[in-house]
Design a binder for this molecule. Structure first.
Ligand SMILES: *Cc1c(COP(=O)(O)O)cnc(C)c1O
Length: 432
């Protein structure tokens, strides 16, 4: 999984700096991002649209990993962002992210969140349900404002991935249902709202998807919907937003698909289907989250205790775990781990890398192939950049790790390590 420029003298390098140096300098557990990889992924998606002369937006689904510096990088790349809460929006504002390139998502946006989005002139609000159409109408009336919107539909496509992270099947909490005519009803309501400018249609079929045919079926369904809306309601979407979900390689068992392949599949299908239906080619928006942040991230931990149960298993415990990466406990997610100062060991053993949290399920990597390690050694878990830190918690009252960005051989803290004082900052002592 590591490329040749990530290994020197059998040591793991991140953005040109030895991982052990980063651990010494910034402490562990530590979340490190190789910024060049983030930029590379965004550009790989964009290149296909440019080459194929398709109007597009690459909107980073920032729930995968958000902080001020991350939004700054995405802005430097002129990409868009998706936000799903007032907190992500506030973080984007703190990063001076241009609000016209923000899409606001979510199945239960509050009145206050919609008000904040309208006040800051967010580019697009992705409408998810009937309640929200009414709520947004009130907000716009009160603010005497207008806003661009898209309708999220639930296209009943089930992409081949883990069932907990599927969102496109008909039984979904997200979006207007296609099969029961809810999407048509929503269209009529929004077209009747003079303060809402409908840009187009959105759908998102799941996450960590490897088969490109999920996107083909989704795109076909969306073009059929365009055709239906043109014929029945005289409305043609200018934007077709196909969401995110592009799969990445976590271990050797995952067969990576280049970002380009997903986009090529979507564009080819869209061109064929719209031509057949005599529809204009819409702009295509995509929303990659995991595929932008995931491969760029590495988690560094130090080894502490070890426990060998003869004939059963050897546990190697590290100083982090489910508090900084809950995915293995939550989804049974698999990762690859390496010893930072011995990435291609001659002697290996199969061990389970466990965290320090008080849950038996707090395992980071089951059956990792590692050299024999000792207390103090640095273990790196690879491709942890998405849905790790962003889902971090203070379970067991452990402080969340620091986040460091590395680029061109220089490192910078972009999120400070939480302190013990931070942990009691919101606590209030009982009054006597
Ligand atoms: C989560 C999400 C994404 C990003 O999914 P990834 O699997 O991280 O690419 C994109 N769009 C929507 C609407 C989402 O909810």
């Amino acid at each position: 999984m590591l490329s040749s420029d990530e290994v020197r003298n059998n040591q793991l390098l991140i953005g040109g700096i030895p991982a052990t140096e980063l651990a010494d300098e910034y402490g562990t557990p530590l979340q490190v991002y190789d910024v060049a990889k983030i930029r590379h992924q965004i550009r790989a998606f964009e290149r296909v649209f440019v080459e194929q002369h398709v109007d597009y937006a690459v909107s980073y689904a920032s729930k995968a990993f958000a902080c001020v510096a991350m939004y700054q990088i995405v802005n430097q790349e002129h990409a868009h962002i998706d936000v799903v809460s007032a907190g992500e929006l506030a973080t984007a504002l703190a990063a001076d992210f241009p609000m016209e390139r923000v899409s606001f998502h979510g199945n239960n946006k509050s009145y206050e969140e919609l008000q904040m989005a309208v006040h800051h002139h967010v580019g697009t609000i992705i409408l998810d349900n009937f309640y929200e159409i009414g709520l947004l109408a009130q907000v716009l009336e009160a603010a005497d404002a207008e806003v661009n919107v898209m309708l999220r539909v639930s296209p009943a496509v089930s992409a081949h991935t883990h069932e907990f992270i599927q969102t496109g099947q008909q039984d979904s909490k997200f979006g207007f249902d296609l099969l029961t005519g809810q999407a048509d009803q929503a269209l009529q309501q929004v077209l009747a709202e003079p303060r809402m400018h409908l840009q187009g249609v959105h759908s998102h079929i799941g996450s960590q998807i490897f088969a490109t045919d999920g996107f083909k079926i989704e795109t076909q369904k969306l073009v059929h919907l365009m055709q239906h809306w043109r014929d029945e309601y005289d409305y043609i979407p200018q934007v077709v937003n196909v969401g995110g979900g592009f799969g990445i390689q976590y271990t050797d068992a995952d067969h990576p698909i280049r970002p380009e392949e997903f986009v090529e599949q979507i564009i080819t299908t869209l061109k064929t289907e719209t031509a057949a239906a005599d529809l204009p080619l819409p702009a295509v928006w995509i929303e990659p989250g995991r595929s932008i942040a995931g491969p760029a991230g590495v988690s560094l931990y130090r080894v502490g205790s070890q426990k060998t149960i003869p004939e059963v298993r050897k546990y190697v415990a590290v100083d982090g775990g489910m508090g900084d990466n809950i995915r293995p406990a939550l989804y049974g997610a698999a990762y690859e781990a390496v010893a930072a100062d011995n990435v291609a060991p001659t002697e290996t053993e199969v061990v389970t890398v466990a965290g320090k949290y008080c849950e038996s399920g707090d395992i980071l990597v089951k059956d990792a192939k590692l050299p024999p390690v000792q207390a103090g050694d640095v273990i790196a878990v690879l491709a942890t950049g998405a849905y790790g830190y962003s889902m971090a918690s203070n379970y067991n009252r452990n402080p969340r790790p620091a986040v460091v960005f590395v680029e061109n051989g220089s490192a910078q803290v972009v999120v400070k390590r939480e302190t013990l004082a931070d942990l009691t900052r919101l606590d209030v002592k009982l009054s006597d």
